[in-house]
Design a protein around this ligand. Sequence first.
Ligand code: FMN
Length: 105
Amino acid sequence: MGGAHSHRACTVPSEAWTRSDGKNYSDVDVAIAIDHLTLAAASLGLGTHWVAAFDTGAAREVLGIPGDAEPVAFTPLGYPADRPQEKQRKEVSELVPLASTGDSR
Ligand SMILES: Cc1cc2nc3c(=O)[nH]c(=O)nc-3n(C[C@H](O)[C@H](O)[C@H](O)COP(=O)(O)O)c2cc1C
């Protein structure tokens, strides 16, 4: 990717919405935010890449992320240096079998 910037998505779990059963939605919020960012980027011809496999301690240190914020994901954002080949994608029905079978489980 030529001249890419990196964006980080952090969450502050103590400030996120929590469901009545105790489920904290901070990670879900981050996933929604990154998903919107990557879709918007793609619509503008920009490339991104979900990155979750990183050292959170190193990320905190290098980026100065405060203790109450949790780094969840990163993505580079820039114009792709090359154009990848067309990808072989699974059919939606393979990924979401319940929707295609009408199974009401
Ligand atoms: C939640 C999540 C985390 C990911 N973390 C990484 C990562 O740390 N490193 C990596 O190389 N790819 C990671 N990926 C995979 C890529 O970002 C990307 O989804 C994959 O290359 C497929 O890209 P495509 O959908 O454009 O084919 C992650 C994907 C998801 C959904």
